[in-house]
Each structure stands twice: as structure tokens, then as C-alpha cells.
Ligand binder design. Structure first.
Ligand SMILES: C[S@@+](CC[C@H](N)C(=O)[O-])C[C@H]1O[C@@H](n2cnc3c(N)ncnc32)[C@H](O)[C@@H]1O
Ligand SMILES: Nc1nc2[nH]cc(C(=O)O)c2c(=O)[nH]1
Ligand code: SF4
Ligand SMILES: [Mg+2]
Length: 221
């Protein structure tokens, strides 16, 4: 069973798949605690907020209501909702708290491509063909070995930044883990003008890429 915070269809707004029609499956629970996290409603798994699956999909506003669902029930929901997108983004919360193999395998069998958004603080349990976006949470829980294997597995790195310190931390992480990912995205934290300016400058200097959370500029989910 997966704990579902919400399921909705939209346009992927971040990194390589930006612009791709996507079904988002947002899982409940994250112990990492990033101060600037934009999905704090997913942090706690509180039994008093357990509801039916129908009540968690297509929420009008962020909430910490969640529901249990199997891989099969998630797929059936896609059909009930007549979703057209063929790309599924599994995010959270921290999706790698769950074994994502059953969900991704089932989606692949039905012709979907899959992507996971993870902090690299838990072992990644997903098929080889799943696109893995690692947004490494430096100095957070999980430990060095887990983070190193996440960095090695990553198809792209997406790093939220607001200060030069965040860029230095990312460079230090590449050194420490012996990884040099080909696709590195800097994502300005909360669309702040200063953070965006910094990200643009650093991307130019290092030949990295900019990811600007397009959905937030558009006012969509
Ligand atoms: C909400 S997280 C969920 C997945 C996973 N826990 C993770 O951190 O990758 C999805 C993405 O949003 C990024 N993010 C969260 N809050 C943000 C903010 N205020 N500004 C920019 N990016 C943010 C995260 O770093 C991550 O890349
Ligand atoms: N449109 C859209 N794109 C996204 N890319 C990553 C998201 C996330 O919250 O993980 C996200 C999201 O919440 N909405
Ligand atoms: S790891 Fe992801 S979901 Fe968890 S607090 Fe950090 S940004 Fe938010
Ligand atoms: Mg988001």
C-alpha cells in the first residue's frame, strides 16, 4: 500500500521533463525537514487524517489528508479520471520511503514512462528505466552511502538554491561522492528574484541548467 497525499494531471514544471503532460502521484511522509520545503503538508503521516482515496485526489488546496492505495488502485484511478498523460511523476513527501518497484513496473506494463523526485536520503527502490531526479539534501538524514548511491543512480540532479553557499555545498558533494552528473539543474528557491539571478549566473559560469518551477509562474498545480 502507498500513502497518497494527492494525484493530479498537469504539466511537469521542473528540470528535463519540463513541459511534459504528467500525472503526479504525491506520497505522504517525509522526515527530512528542509526549511524552505514547498510541500510541508506531506511531512506527517497522521492517522487522524486518513481518508478515502477519492478525498485525496485533485485537492483544491494543500492539505495533510492522505489515503491508502495499491498500485492497481492508483492505475484504476487514472482510468476513472480519464487522464491522458503517459508520463507519471512520483513525488512527495519522500517517495523513496516506499518500494516503488511494484508501482513503476505496473505503470510500465501499461505503457507509461515513470519519473521519481527524491532527496537521496533513502535507498532508491525502482526499476532501471525509471527516470530518477535527485535533489540531494546535504547534511540531512540518510547518511553518506545512501546519498552516494543515489548520486550514482541519478539521471539528473536538481538543486534548489538561494545563496552561494548552496552551490558550494553541491560542488563539495560531487567531490565527496566522486560523481559528476551530466545534467545539473539549479532551481531558485521560491521564485525569489535574488535566487533566480544567482542561479542564472552560476548556470552560465558552470554550464549547468536552470529549472524555474514553470507551474508556479503559471499558477497551476
Ligand atoms: C517537494 S520535493 C518532493 C520530492 C523529494 N522529497 C525531494 O526533495 O526531491 C520536489 C522538489 O521540489 C524542490 N523544492 C521544494 N521546495 C522548494 C522551493 N521552495 N523552491 C524550489 N524548489 C523546491 C525539492 O528540492 C525537490 O526537487
Ligand atoms: N507542475 C508541477 N511540476 C512539478 N515538478 C515537481 C513537482 C513536485 O512537487 O515534486 C511538481 C509539482 O508539484 N507540479
Ligand atoms: S526532502 Fe523534499 S519533501 Fe522532504 S522536506 Fe525536503 S523538499 Fe520537502
Ligand atoms: Mg511541487
Amino acid at each position: 500500500m502507498y500513502k497518497i497525499n494527492e494525484i493530479f494531471e498537469t504539466i511537469q514544471g521542473e528540470a528535463s521533463y519540463t513541459g511534459t503532460p504528467s500525472i503526479f502521484v504525491r506520497l505522504q511522509g517525509c522526515p527530512v525537514g528542509c526549511a524552505w520545503c514547498d510541500t510541508k503538508q506531506t511531512w506527517e503521516v497522521n492517522d487522524t487524517y486518513l481518508v478515502s482515496l477519492e478525498q485525496t485526489v485533485e485537492k483544491k488546496a494543500d492539505s495533510d489528508l492522505w489515503a491508502n492505495a495499491s498500485a492497481q488502485q492508483i492505475f484504476e484511478l487514472f482510468q476513472q479520471r480519464s487522464y491522458q498523460a503517459k508520463h507519471v511523476v512520483i513525488t512527495g513527501g519522500e517517495p523513496c520511503m516506499y518500494d516503488l518497484n511494484p508501482l513503476c513496473d505496473m505503470l510500465h506494463e501499461h505503457g507509461y514512462t515513470t519519473q521519481i523526485e527524491t532527496s537521496g536520503t533513502f535507498e532508491i527502490l525502482a526499476p532501471e528505466k525509471t527516470w530518477v531526479t535527485v535533489s540531494p539534501k546535504i547534511n540531512m538524514r540518510g547518511g553518506y552511502e545512501v546519498l552516494t548511491s543515489a548520486m550514482q543512480r541519478a539521471n539528473e540532479i536538481k538543486h534548489p538554491i538561494a545563496m552561494n553557499k548552496h552551490v558550494e555545498e553541491l560542488e563539495a558533494l560531487f567531490e565527496r561522492t566522486g560523481t559528476r552528473p551530466a545534467l545539473v539543474y539549479l532551481q531558485p528557491i521560491s521564485q525569489k528574484a535574488k535566487a533566480t539571478k544567482l542561479a542564472i549566473e552560476v548556470c552560465k559560469a558552470k554550464n549547468w541548467r536552470l529549472s524555474v518551477q514553470v507551474h508556479k509562474y503559471l499558477g497551476i498545480n
